[in-house]
Design a protein around this ligand. Structure first.
Ligand SMILES: *[C@@H]1O[C@H](CO)[C@@H](O)[C@H](O)[C@H]1NC(C)=O
Ligand SMILES: *[C@@H]1O[C@H](CO)[C@@H](O)[C@H](O)[C@H]1NC(C)=O
Ligand SMILES: *[C@@H]1O[C@H](CO)[C@@H](O)[C@H](O)[C@H]1NC(C)=O
Ligand SMILES: *[C@@H]1O[C@H](CO)[C@@H](O)[C@H](O)[C@H]1NC(C)=O
Length: 283
């Protein structure tokens, strides 16, 4: 009886104590979205079988563009002297996440853009970005991911026909100036769309602006609707391609505790106390 009680309490304790994580990456495979020029993802030489010697062996040769699925645009993608993906310092790959939600605008205008006013509104409401932040712009466009026509706004490869939300050049300029004006660094900017720049952009000014300041981009980010406005921390793990202009990236958010933190830690500390008592009686 005592041991049953103990194991029940133990499971409750670990349920309450477990951190919650959010996977913000789509998988990389044949169905992955990529800028529709050149080749997508292919597998060749797949070995997935028992070998003559009797052991199981699985190994694949892959081919895919750097900028496929959820991926990082390294600064060198649009800035001659910017970091390549393997050069980005580790301390730039972890940090607090903030989310700016423009999905309301996007519902009535598929080419809506993050404006300088959207930034000012956010700061008025939530205060400064924390130092070393990764900024995510949530448009709701992710629900279209997987359908080329819906996601790019066109089934053509002519980018003048694309239609999706983006970041304005003015907002990008404010973001690159943010460190100079506040002392707080912005490490990267991510979106749930195919590109940070406006869909029919021919000059990619937002990319140019951010990357010249060594602020990297994250595109086709998944599950942004589940990221809280503030309070999460993210770990950004791009594939470490030597001299690469970017690459598929695993983004993991550690979510803040959902309920009032004090209530939860109280629950946890009283459970700890109970456990200690129980252990004391038991042994
Ligand atoms: C993809 O999106 C297009 C445009 O919104 C739509 O017409 C089409 O039915 C969708 N395809 C699938 C398989 O859902
Ligand atoms: C793209 O859509 C147009 C209009 O819906 C259609 O006529 C055309 O065949 C489609 N092209 C491709 C490559 O699917
Ligand atoms: C691309 O689309 C634009 C807008 O529809 C059109 O003006 C242009 O001629 C197209 N370019 C090519 C190469 O087809
Ligand atoms: C922000 O973080 C950077 C890097 O750690 C540091 O150099 C800088 O002093 C910090 N800024 C403030 C205002 O604390």
């Amino acid at each position: 009886m005592k041991s049953e009680c103990f194991s029940i309490l133990l499971s409750i304790y670990f349920t309450f104590g477990r951190a919650e994580y959010l996977d913000m990456s789509y998988d990389v495979g044949e169905e992955s979205m990529f800028w529709p020029v050149g080749n997508g993802f292919t597998r060749a030489d797949v070995t997935r079988d028992y070998q003559p010697a009797g052991y199981w062996y699985h190994n694949e040769m892959l081919s895919f563009p750097e900028h496929i699925s959820t991926h990082m645009d390294a600064p060198s993608h649009f800035a001659e002297n910017g970091w390549t993906v393997d050069q980005i310092p580790l301390e730039h790959l972890m940090g607090p996440a903030v989310k700016i939600d423009i999905s309301d605008k996007v519902a009535s205008d598929q080419k809506a853009i993050l404006t300088t006013d959207d930034l000012s509104d956010w700061w008025r409401k939530y205060g400064d970005f924390p130092n070393g932040t990764i900024v995510f712009v949530y448009t709701g466009w992710g629900s279209r991911y997987g359908n080329q026509t819906a996601y790019f706004g066109s089934n053509s490869t002519n980018s003048s026909t694309f239609r999706f939300p983006a970041i304005s050049v003015g907002a990008a300029q404010i973001l690159t100036q943010y460190e100079r004006t506040t002392g707080y660094q912005i490490l990267g900017v991510g979106m749930d769309t195919p590109s940070l720049d406006e869909s029919d952009s021919q000059t990619f000014k937002v990319h140019q602006e951010l990357f010249a300041a060594n602020i990297y981009g994250l595109e086709n980010v998944a599950n942004l609707e589940k990221l809280p406005v503030t309070g999460a921390t993210v770990t950004i793990m791009p594939i470490k391609i030597k001299d690469g202009s970017g690459g598929p990236v695993r983004i993991i958010a550690k979510l803040p505790e959902v309920n009032a933190a004090s209530d939860k830690s109280l629950t946890r500390s009283s459970l700890s106390l109970l456990l200690t008592l129980l252990l004391f009686i038991y042994y």
